[in-house]
Design a binder for this molecule. Structure first.
Ligand code: PLP
Length: 393
């Protein structure tokens, strides 16, 4: 194990502060490390393995495709991409899908759609995209510019120009920007994930939707973390009763393989034409086959179960000793604890539960199909770790 740590530290770029754990396998909501220790998975590789690890249906879909056709390029038609696009449109009422490989790329596409739509309608000086402070939209130079957290920007100037940020819930501030600047798009996360699991209010999201409609500004919702059943609805905006013009999605969509997608509504469906955008690996048949297996199982009964499990976690943790606040939606939950979140995560890991942090909160993103008994066990450990007076050694 030490050998693995030292090889990784010597040869892999030092961009990640890893936990001192090497995971080697998993089954469902359980993961096993190199020493044979078992963990309950409450983080799903940061919201990716929607049905847990080594889900049999997902494996069957992926391996069948892998043994048939693993890649073609986008010069040819393939079944999994067309099937997935149809499924996504049927579930959302959107009209067209562009496939990429990650959340950042899905957002890049969304920004290109908004800019081209607005430039064609309002002139080439209409390019500004408004996003929220405390948001996170990715690590490319453009999605970093979109990300409303200064500390991500500092070392990488100059970022792509044409982004302004406004505080969450500040609808007057947003209206002021729209009155003074030619705005090509407004992009939000309904639940700010990396920002600490902060759901926006219904009033604010509805007011943005109304403003976008009134001013003919494409309304983009970043569903990269909150989407694909995570919030208890298929997409988190569905909890708000709004209809965006553009949706970006990734993470949980592929169930563990890299895929991102940008969904376009009727209004913007024809904005991108031949040659306007592309991706060598976009709509990769294996990734799309995995995603079809994930998305096709997210029906109303499944989402109701996600909401029931969410209610259980909220009821258990709200008011528990050492817990100051519980926020989020569905199985995307942020817990504000008396102790530093990192200490709670470390203690949970020692007791066999993998959790995450998001800013000052403990973040929980369990498999959406986690069995109730494992969820109960994990929540009991989290409660213990929040309440324990001394840090677990
Ligand atoms: N958007 C949101 C809301 C995210 O949470 C993330 C990643 O955490 C991204 C975009 C970037 O996604 P990716 O890392 O797949 O590029």
């Amino acid at each position: 194990m030490n050998n693995l740590f030292s090889i990784d530290q010597e040869y892999v770029a030092g961009t990640y502060a890893r936990f001192p754990v090497a995971l080697v396998s998993g089954k469902g909501s359980l993961m096993t490390d190199i020493d044979g220790k078992e963990y309950i998975d409450m983080c799903t590789g940061i919201g990716v393995t929607s049905f847990g690890t080594a889900d049999p249906e997902w494996i069957a879909a992926v391996t069948a495709q892998l043994g048939t056709l693993q890649h073609t390029s986008n010069l040819y038609y393939t079944k999994p991409g067309a099937e997935l696009a149809k499924l996504l449109c049927e579930k959302t009422g959107m009209k067209k899908v562009f496939f990429g490989n990650s959340g950042a790329e899905a957002n890049e596409c969304a920004i290109k759609v908004a800019r081209k739509y607005s430039a064609e309608k309002k002139g080439s000086d209409c390019y500004t995209i408004v996003t929220l402070n405390n948001s996170f939209h990715g690590r490319t130079l453009t999605t970093l510019a979109a990300t409303g957290q200064e500390h991500y920007h500092e070392l990488f100037q100059p970022l792509t120009p044409g982004f302004v940020h406004v505080d969450p819930e500040d609808i007057d501030g947003l209206k002021q920007i729209v009155a003074n600047v030619k705005v090509a798009g407004i992009m939000i996360e309904c639940i700010q994930g990396e920002g600490g699991v902060v759901p926006l209010s219904k009033e604010f999201v509805t007011a943005i939707a109304d403003l976008c409609k009134q001013e003919d500004i494409p309304f983009i919702i970043d569903e990269v973390q909150a989407g694909n059943g995570r919030s208890g609805q298929f997409y988190s905006y569905m909890n708000y009763g709004v209809q965006p013009d553009v949706v970006s999605t990734a993470k949980g969509l592929g169930g563990g393989l890299p895929i991102g997608a940008c969904l376009m509504s009727e209004k913007v469906q024809n904005v991108l034409g031949h040659g306007d955008h592309g991706s060598t690996f976009g709509a990769n048949p294996v990734c799309c086959a995995g995603a079809v297996s994930i998305v096709s199982r997210m029906d109303d009964a499944f989402l109701a179960e996600v909401r029931a499990k969410s209610e259980y976690v909220f009821n258990e943790l709200k008011g528990a000793e050492g817990v100051q606040d519980v926020a989020g939606m569905g199985l995307m939950i942020g817990v504000l604890t008396d102790k530093p979140a990192g200490d709670v995560v470390k203690a949970c890991m020692e007791q066999g539960v993998l959790c995450l942090t998001a800013k000052d909160r403990v973040r929980l993103l369990p498999p959406l199909n986690i069995p109730m008994e494992l969820l109960q066990k994990a929540v009991a450990v989290i409660k213990d770790c929040c309440a324990a007076k001394e840090e677990t050694k």
